[in-house]
Write a protein that binds this ligand. Structure first.
Ligand SMILES: Nc1ncnc2c1ncn2[C@@H]1O[C@H](COP(=O)(O)OP(=O)(O)OP(=O)(O)O)[C@@H](O)[C@H]1O
Length: 722
């Protein structure tokens, strides 16, 4: 038997087998190979999968001692919550598959594991008895199973290798893990970034013949789901060599925005002979020959395309459904660390902050699912809400635009969901850089190990898993435009130094020793954290702070809005409520105005959208549709009011005479200025409803007979009437 020597042996798949899981009988041979590797730095041919040998070599380079127990820092409950918040979308999208695998895993004494992109276990479900044993070797939520922390293991090795890997018993680097047999597949997002890992683990004493094939298939299903939302404004091309497989999990997917490839899966790229470097470069016309118009072909059957090698491919094109606002800049709008659809929805979840916002949205979403469906269409779907900016914020916007145009960095402070990113995008739209990219980077969402490469780019072959021809990095992609660094307070100190250097020198040096490249971008940073405290604790560099905070804009929280009721109305209108003939009952409106909105605009918009879906057939949104917690809190906060029976705009509070309750508990419509307001409101509602009394009454949140009653009373009370 000849040997493959280490660490310098070149590892080729010819010299070592890359079969998935070694049989139980080969475990003894693995044991021998392992001892020889540890003692002599050599392994016999044909015993180990190539990926395992490469991983063992990396473990040697990382200085990991195979005989010791790896050091693990067990997470607290708060940390785990934080982690779950950070990866809420991944967990949500993977849930259906985890549930399916869970049943299988339980039946065969195994567990299913979902990890984040750095290998930290997010969820572990399955057979409770094996889960207990796994926990004893620290295979449990909150613990990192990256290769650098835990040596050769399916999760960490799949992440490094960027492909499915099985690791059985003694193939694990640490002796301690030999009780495990694991198969894992990386989850790659539509921009080619690692999003997490799916793993199936069981006892090493059992054979798990199909585990690798299973996780590979299920991982593909999860990756498919990454495309389910967020790309409605794009053209989607689904491909396969076999037309019958289009629409199945085996198809490849390519997504084009304005004809340019912006997202893909590996199969799609492989079918057209490209890799991730084709993103933002490849054009749809290159594949379809420019004809016919892809948008016109949605209902045709699969179309023939040319494969890279001249072979025939079949593709089905789905045209864009809708366009987001700011379409010209869309292609250049990137949110690092998350997929495009998360750009508008995820920030509240990143740290489990604004838990209320999340809980409320979730509660309402499930409420929507459980209530017999009242409204088939969400009138707000597809609407990008036009930002509501008060006078103060409009003035701040104008000043910020001037500063940004003059190249002065601006720092936005504000609670989560208060609209920092919305504001920054507005600045971009109104600045002299509007035709250029707006690149949003969420510093908190970037995995620490990748942040440097993502921001500064890298040269070809700078590290394992790097793209073949390197990457430009987000800073360079912002060239000419605006770089928005969100959650800047979460940027690691060492990255802060590098960023500072870029800001001073106005050039970026890619990883791997590339030449510095000049860059020109305007900088807007944002944070919800008290940067003063981070500065005092030495967690944020003072020199960087002074650089980025030359002008500070504070986004006020919604609870400080001077007139929350009119804010609710404005948002309702902008979200399309009025156009759809939906009316907030006065009491609903009162409660919405009384609530303090800890998740700020994000939470408020979310709740209004959900109410639109839940509204009754007559279009009136009654208070019982509000989530119970919101109702209870708001009711406690709002003083009981008898003014709520009128949806007409109120004058400032100090000009409203105190209402005198009437016998039926309603406000006395004859009480001074209130009568006029009511009359105006009723007439306006009638006018706006084209003379239809039922509709006018609905708009006011009252029933038809009350409308008539009040109209009669009103007419009686007018001068010159009986
Ligand atoms: N001025 C506004 N008018 C209307 N809606 C707004 C406004 N600002 C924000 N929103 C809504 O709230 C959502 C969240 O806003 P945004 O992402 O800008 O908040 P943020 O302060 O950056 O939050 P985080 O700190 O969590 O990143 C937006 O997607 C939008 O729906």
């Amino acid at each position: 038997m000849s040997d493959a020597s280490v660490p310098h042996a070149s590892v080729s798949d010819a010299s070592v087998s890359d079969a998935s899981v070694p049989s139980a009988s080969t475990q003894d041979a693995v044991d021998v190979a392992r001892r020889r590797f540890l003692n002599e730095g050599r392994v016999p041919h044909g015993v180990l999968a190539a990926s395992i040998l490469r991983s063992w070599q990396r473990c040697v380079r990382h200085g990991l001692d195979a005989c010791r127990r790896p050091v693990v820092d067990p997470p607290g409950a708060a940390e785990l919550r934080h982690l779950h918040g950070q990866h809420e979308r991944l967990r949500r999208l993977s849930r259906p598959e985890l549930e399916v695998l869970y049943g299988d895993a339980r039946r065969c004494g195994s567990v299913v594991i979902l990890t984040g992109p750095d290998g930290t276990v997010l969820d572990l479900v399955g057979d409770p008895s094996f889960a207990g044993r796994a926990a004893r070797v620290d295979l449990r939520p909150g613990v990192s199973w990256s290769e650098t922390a835990t040596g050769t293991n399916a999760i960490g090795t799949a992440l490094v290798e960027r492909r499915p890997v099985a690791v059985h018993g003694r193939e694990h680097w640490f002796d301690h893990h030999r009780i495990l047999a694991c198969a894992a597949a990386p989850l790659v997002d539509p921009r080619g970034r690692l999003a997490g890992v799916l793993d199936l683990s069981g006892p090493a004493t059992d054979r798990h013949r199909h585990a690798l094939a299973l996780v590979r298939l299920v991982a593909r299903q999860i990756e498919h789901r990454f495309f389910a939302d967020g790309f409605a404004h794009c053209t989607v091309l689904r491909l396969h060599r076999d037309a019958a497989l289009i629409g199945t999990v085996h198809e490849g997917i390519l997504v084009f925005d304005d004809g340019c490839l912006v997202a893909a899966d590996r199969t799609g790229l492989a079918l057209v002979g490209h890799d991730w470097a084709a993103l933002d470069r490849l054009c749809l016309d290159d594949l379809t020959g420019g004809t016919p118009d892809p948008a016109a072909s949605s209902d045709d059957g699969p179309r023939r395309l040319r494969g890279i090698d001249g072979s025939v491919l079949f593709g089905r094109v789905s045209p864009p459904h809708r366009r987001p606002v700011g379409r010209a800049a869309r292609r250049d709008t990137v949110v690092a660390g998350e997929t495009a659809q998360e750009a508008s929805a995820a920030p509240a979840r990143r740290h489990g902050r604004a838990g209320d916002a999340v809980t409320t949205a979730t509660t309402m979403a499930s409420a929507a699912a459980s209530v017999p469906h009242r409204r088939a269409v969400d009138p707000s779907a597809g609407r990008v809400v036009e930002p509501v900016l008060g006078d103060e914020m409009r003035a701040a916007l104008a000043r910020t635009v001037r500063l940004v145009d003059a190249g002065i960095p601006v720092l936005l402070l504000g609670e989560t969901g208060s609209g920092k990113e919305v504001f920054a995008r507005r600045v971009h739209a109104e600045s002299g850089r509007s035709g250029k990219p707006f690149v949003a980077v969420n510093c908190a969402a970037l995995p620490e190990g990748l942040i440097e490469a993502e921001l500064f780019g890298y040269e070809a072959g700078a590290f394992t898993g790097a793209r073949r021809d390197g990457a430009k990095g987000l800073l360079r992609r912002a060239d000419g435009g605006i770089l928005f660094l969100d959650e800047i307070g979460d940027m690691p100190l060492v990255m802060q130094s590098r960023l500072l250097r870029v800001l001073q020198d106005k050039e970026v040096s890619p990883l791997g020793g590339g030449r510095p490249v000049p860059v020109d971008f305007a900088l807007i940073c944002a944070t919800h954290q008290p940067l003063g405290a981070l500065l005092a604790a030495g967690e944020f560099r003072q020199d960087l702070y002074f650089r980025i905070a030359q002008y500070v804009v504070e986004q006020p929280p919604v609870r400080r809005h001077p007139d929350r009721r009119s804010l609710v109305r404005t948002l309702w209108r902008r979200l399309g409520g009025d156009d759809a003939g939906l009316v907030l009952a006065p009491e609903t409106e009162r409660l919405l105005a009384a609530y303090e909105w800890p998740g700020n605009f994000r939470q408020l918009v979310c709740v209004l959208r959900t109410l639109m879906v839940l509204s009754d057939a007559d279009g009136v949104v009654m208070p019982d549709l509000l989530p119970a917690d919101l109702r209870a809190t708001a009711a406690g906060a709002a003083a009981p009011s008898t003014l709520t029976a009128f949806a007409a705009p109120e004058p400032p509070h100090d000009s409203v005479p105190a209402p005198r309750p009437t016998g039926d508990g309603e406000a006395d419509p004859q009480s001074g200025g209130l009568a006029d307001q009511m009359r105006r409101a009723m007439h306006r509602a009638l006018e706006e409803s084209g003379g239809n009394v039922s509709r006018a009454a609905r708009r006011l949140g009252i029933d038809r007979s009350t409308y008539y009653r009040r109209l009669r009373r009103d007419d009686r009370g007018r001068p010159g009437r009986a």
